[in-house]
Design a protein around this ligand. Structure first.
Ligand code: ADP
Ligand code: MG
Length: 731
């Protein structure tokens, strides 16, 4: 049975322990191969062979959470956004109530001490008042959901952070209540319970706010496309919902508006700001015949476009999907953190019990032991661990997408952050991939140039290679008609063979022809001169005899030199591999100051070079555009392709660049490096915090109230640290 991937929306998660628990529950379902749960986006992605959605949802429910099937990319994001807005509203109210009830309880603790100083001992009225307020707080929206979560955790035997807080608060409340009714007992912790719930609610509010901010960049993408479009029909213009636009409809896009759907300009011309889709900072002119993407902004002029792709197949949907997928995945580091968080809670409960007994055994008595135990329970919440990676990945992939860099998943982001060697394909990557024919020279028997153009042009008609397209275009200028070839074969990175007008035609590199028994001469001066200029040359053979060669010039991309320089500054080594001839390859490489060049490489050679480099310890990124690059893109630690490149290259890539700006490559590496740094910092602080805090709490050096404050600060630090990735990096 083939694998299917299902996305679920999960409700009720609070921390990394929940993530681990749900993943375990999903993995236990028959047929599930892989389940990934994301705390930040509140989703689960499940790859399975034949496990029904209902079974998956049932498994999540049995684990104590709620789940349902997720909607399409765009809709999910809008929904996540409105959910988050409602969440924030709820959290704010809970926070206000928590503070409103906690302050009098804490105030009474101080005031009461003063009042009591006259009367020795005795249980006075204000303790009872404190107890009543505390009970109200625990049952209010500030305490109720947490305690309910804790009880649910016990029922489902799924220890989580709610459980720790519940145990802490209940221990504080019960010991205080006992003190009120039992004479001689003096273990009042009402104010501790109040502080715990107070700080937790303040923390939850701030965290919800920061998390919402983190995903708002992504939601902004979804909001970017307008909801209506101006359809041109029978000379008139009507406003219709974008959902009703059909492929082939003519859509008017006035000055200063956002393009509603992907399309091709059929009337007018305008400057289009594509920065949000491609990261290009300057507007580009788009005239009749040019493609425009939904989500870009027309900023000077009015155009009419013919809609080409809609809904799920549009460019913006691809961006949204890419961002969502990136956020659903997990880095290797987070996988470890989640596993730790999963065993963390039971360990903390055990430590808390040990603390209680430890104090008892040390002869210090029950009362201080209880206080230390409450502090341990509260301070050790592993929520910062659960947030460490997802928030950083969310912010980083969102920021990258807004700059036209689509990162496939969290693991790709992590890998990109470790790259120290980048290999570029030449044709179509370092060069624009829009070659033009500069010369054709006939040799041997062939003297009639038009006849040669007909043979070469016809043979190339079915090839997708940029050189082939240029040759076909040029041939059409020289002969009136081309004919469909028979026995057409294309060898990626080498050339094509075909039968045209009953004659066997080969077009390609010298080794390609030589392998087929053609006697290829050494290039003459004119031929070599083309190569020194960095032009590509291909040979033509007819019926096994050399017939001539064609010179093609392909401009090096404007951004290439800057990209290479930038990469060096980052300490990344740069190399070029190409299927093109040595002379041409060296000329292009030296103009870009690339000193490591591997010419005449087959697709297999390219991936071999990548593997060889990896074997020497380098972490290799490969940047390519064509079918011939797919093996190398897959072999590399990080494959980088252009959205305009072939689908096969994109499918093999970990990072897709929306524009054609090569400086996006160093930009992506830089962002990824910062992300890895932030993730490491987050995990470090989350772990170190617990390692230091637990002994302090266990030995009675931290009061329960302060423990609650510390735990709030630790998760907020992690979220704020991740938010730093939103800003454009300079270094
Ligand atoms: P790169 O590795 O730089 O992207 P390719 O691998 O696409 O270049 O092509 C390498 C060489 O293979 C070209 O320079 C050309 O000699 C030959 N070649 C590939 N495809 C064709 C084709 N369709 N027609 C003629 N030559 C081709
Ligand atoms: Mg190429």
């Amino acid at each position: 049975m083939s694998d299917t991937s299902v996305k679920l929306r999960i409700e009720g998660m609070t921390c990394g322990a929940c993530v681990a628990r749900i993943e375990r529950a999903l993995h236990a379902v028959d047929g599930v191969r892989r389940a990934r749960v994301n705390l930040t986006t509140e989703t689960a992605t499940v790859d399975s062979a034949g496990a029904g959605v209902e079974m998956l949802i049932a498994a999540v429910r049995a684990a104590g959470y709620d789940a349902r099937r997720a909607q399409s990319a765009g809709r999910e994001l809008t929904e996540l956004e409105s959910n988050q807005a409602a969440d924030l509203q709820r959290q704010r109210q809970a926070m206000v109530q928590a503070i409103g009830l906690a302050l009098p309880i804490i105030g009474l603790e101080w005031a009461g001490a003063v009042l009591q100083s006259g009367h020795a001992g005795g249980h006075v009225w204000w303790r009872i008042l404190q107890g009543l307020l505390c009970a109200m707080l625990m049952l209010s929206p500030a305490g109720g959901p947490i305690l309910a979560g804790g009880v649910r955790a016990i029922i489902h035997r799924a220890p989580n952070m709610d459980l720790l807080i519940t145990l802490g608060v209940v221990a504080a409340f019960v010991s205080s209540a006992v003190s009120v009714v039992a004479p001689g007992v003096d273990m009042y912790h009402f104010h501790a319970a109040a502080m715990i719930l107070g700080f937790i609610n303040v923390g939850k509010y701030l965290e919800t706010r920061a998390r919402r901010e983190a995903s708002s960049a992504v939601a902004a993408l979804a909001r970017r496309t307008p909801k209506t479009a101006l359809r041109v029909r029978d000379g008139g213009v009507e406003t219709i919902p974008v959902a009703q636009v059909a492929v082939g409809d003519r859509i008017r896009v006035p000055d200063d508006t956002v393009v509603p759907v992907d399309g091709t300009v059929c009337e007018g011309s305008a400057a289009v700001d594509q920065s949000m889709m491609t990261g290009e900072s300057l507007p580009v002119t788009r005239a009749v015949g040019d493609a425009v993407l939904g989500g870009t902004v027309v900023c000077d002029g009015t155009i009419t476009i013919v809609a080409t792709s809609l809904g799920e197949s549009s460019a913006i949907a691809a961006v949204l999907r890419a961002v969502e997928d990136a956020q659903a995945g997990k880095t290797g580091m987070q996988r470890i953190a989640d596993r730790v968080a999963g065993v963390f809670v039971p360990v903390v409960v055990a430590l808390a019990v040990l603390t209680l007994f430890g104090w008892g055994l040390a002869g210090e008595g029950f009362a201080p032991g209880l206080k230390a135990m409450i502090a341990v329970l509260v301070i050790a919440c592993p929520c910062a661990m659960g947030l460490a990676t997802p928030t950083a990945v969310l912010v980083a992939t969102g920021a990258a997408a807004l700059r036209g860099i689509l990162v496939r998943d969290a693991a790709a982001l992590e890998a990109a952050g470790r790259i120290d060697f980048v290999m570029f394909d030449k044709t179509g990557t370092l060069t624009a991939g829009e070659p033009v024919v500069t010369s054709m020279v006939a040799m041997g028997e062939a003297t009639d140039l038009s006849a040669l153009w007909r043979l070469a042009g016809s043979a190339e008609q079915f090839s997708q290679h940029p050189l082939a397209r240029a040759i076909v275009a040029e041939a059409k200028c020289h002969v009136v008609t081309l004919t469909d070839p028979t026995a057409f074969r294309s060898e990626p990175g080498r050339g094509v063979s075909a039968t045209v007008d009953g004659r066997a035609v080969l077009v390609g590199g010298s080794t390609f022809l030589a392998d087929r028994g053609v006697d290829v001469p050494r290039p003459d001066d004119a031929h070599r001169a083309r190569m020194v200029e960095g032009q590509s040359t291909v040979w033509i053979a007819v019926d096994g005899e050399i017939g001539g060669w064609i010179g093609l010039a392909d401009a090096v991309r404007d951004s290439a030199a800057a990209a290479v320089r930038e990469m060096r500054r980052l300490g990344v080594e740069v190399a070029m591999v190409t299927g093109d001839a040595t002379g041409t390859a060296l000329a292009v490489a030296s103009s870009l100051e690339i000193f490591a060049v591997d010419p005449e490489a087959t697709p297999e050679d390219k991936s071999l070079f990548v593997r060889r480099k990896q074997a020497s310890g380098a972490r290799v990124a490969f940047v390519g555009d064509g079918i011939n690059d797919a093996p190398a893109l897959t072999a590399a630690d990080v494959g980088i392709a252009f959205a305009a490149g072939t689908d096969i290259a994109k499918a093999a890539a970990d990072i897709t660049l929306m524009g054609d700006d090569l400086t996006q490559v160093p930009a992506a590496i830089r962002l990824a490096r910062r992300s890895v740094r932030v993730i490491k910092q987050n995990l470090f602080w989350a772990f170190i915090y617990n390692v230091l805090a637990i002994p302090l709490a266990a030995t009675g050096r931290v009061s329960p109230g302060i423990a609650a404050a510390a735990m709030m600060v630790s998760s907020i630090t992690v979220v704020l640290n991740s938010l730093r990735l939103r800003t454009a990096p300079n270094r």
